[in-house]
Design a protein around this ligand. Structure first.
Ligand code: ADP
Length: 391
């Protein structure tokens, strides 16, 4: 059995996978402690991702990420006492220039990952808290870190560099890209559902509270919207996405911002929340009649259309666009808005299949084709963890 832990900014998700003799992994159950920091709740789903009735609990006594992981371990020990874990796999957002593939965790690896915390302040500290919690309770179980940055290491140098003096690139100041585990899953799934285009020129749009897009050719990352950190590219729930760095000079010099306050502004108070002044929640913004809510949604769609244009340029054309992530999987409205803005690329979706939540939402004869594929980062982590231990 493999335990997967995906420790995010306000939730800890876990999933249990069985491993067959051939090394294939299959889901047993998955669960989540959500709303950490406000009023934590536990939800459990079966192997088919259906919420199990009566398994939604309020967790008043749980506080913070390490505590949530310990609570999950305790829950597994009392409710699934016969499970024996071969290994625990973790999602780790930033692997820097060092980690190009999954890594077995030891003290040295942890020290290197802790150095990267400042490059992903919304995620890395929580990812490492999850690892520490397992380390202290079960030091005998091996752990594997699977990185969101690894998938992008196939990009050509021009796609990874900034227009800075070359020494910066050599010392690791480059576009790392993120959401790699999600993109890897999309490639795997596209090979099942659309083999004719899966190894062609794809753009995958992972649109959630964090949002990015990736240009993929032959199953490998060619370019992506996120950069040195996960604040770059598309506007997100609370992150600004790309801005002119000149704005930061202005904020510091003319408005007296300290760097911590700039970071707080760009990571936590911008994007959909900052523009709307209401919420970072796309679903709520879509149903709001407030003009600033409409503007936030319009800006998200506008920037998405521009980024697809840029990535299509990097690919030299486009065979398929794939939507995933909470917004990409669930919002026919946003998919429709982005697709309409891409008519010039030949994209035409079928409004009925789009509204009906089908996998293929463009007209069957149309190219580029447009797909909706629910992502599954936990499955990729289980797969990598099983492979690392070769069983
Ligand atoms: P994270 O990046 O934290 O994993 P998710 O991928 O879960 O985030 O995406 C969360 C986003 O998806 C939220 O903005 C939420 O409002 C949005 N979302 C979920 N369902 C819908 C829906 N039916 N319509 C519009 N937006 C939705």
């Amino acid at each position: 059995m493999i335990l997967v832990i995906n420790s995010g900014s306000s939730s800890v998700k876990f999933a249990v996978y069985g491993i067959s003799d051939s090394g294939a992994v299959s889901p047993v159950c998955r669960g989540e402690v959500g709303d950490i920091g406000s009023s934590p709740k536990f939800t459990l789903r079966d192997g088919n991702d259906i919420v199990i009735e009566g398994k939604e609990l309020d967790l008043e006594t749980v506080s913070g990420h390490e505590d949530s992981v310990k609570w999950i371990e305790g829950w597994i020990e009392s409710n699934l006492p016969d499970l024996r874990f071969t290994a625990v796999g973790h999602r780790v957002v930033h692997g820097g220039a060092v980690f190009r593939s999954p890594a077995i965790i030891d003290v040295g690896v942890m020290a290197k990952l802790a150095e990267l915390e400042k490059l992903a302040p919304l995620h890395q500290p929580y990812n490492l808290a999850g690892i520490r919690a397992v380390m202290s309770a079960h030091p005998e179980i091996p752990q594997v870190a699977c990185f969101d940055t690894s998938f992008h290491r196939t990009q050509p140098k021009v796609a990874q560099m900034f227009g800075l003096p070359r020494e910066f690139f050599e010392s690791g100041v480059l576009r790392y890209g993120f959401h790699g585990l999600s993109y890897e899953y999309i490639v795997k799934k596209m090979r099942e559902v659309a083999p004719a285009v899966a190894d062609g020129r794809l753009i995958a749009a992972h649109l959630g509270n964090g949002a990015s897009m990736c240009a993929i050719e032959g199953g490998r990352s060619v370019a992506t919207t996120m950069g040195f950190t996960a604040v770059d590219g598309l506007p997100m729930g609370t992150r600004s996405g790309s801005i002119d760095p000149g704005v930061i000079f202005y904020l510091v010099r003319e408005r007296g911002y300290e760097l911590d306050k700039v970071e707080e502004l760009l990571y936590r108070n911008s994007g959909l929340l900052g523009i709307s002044g209401i919420t970072n929640d796309m679903k709520a913004l879509e149903s709001s009649v407030e003009p600033d809510a409409r503007l936030a949604v319009e800006y998200f769609v506008y920037r998405s259309v521009r980024e697809v244009g840029s990535l299509a340029g990097a690919l030299g054309g486009l065979d398929a666009l794939v939507f995933t992530g909470g917004i990409g999987e669930n919002s026919a409205f946003i998919r429709g808005g982005i697709s309409r803005g891409l008519k010039w690329l030949g994209i035409e979706i079928d409004e009925e299949t789009n509204a009906g939540g089908k996998v293929l939402i463009s007209k069957p004869e149309n190219s580029p084709a447009v797909y909706v594929i629910p992502t599954n980062e936990e499955l990729m982590i289980a797969h990598h963890t099983a492979k690392t231990f070769n069983r």
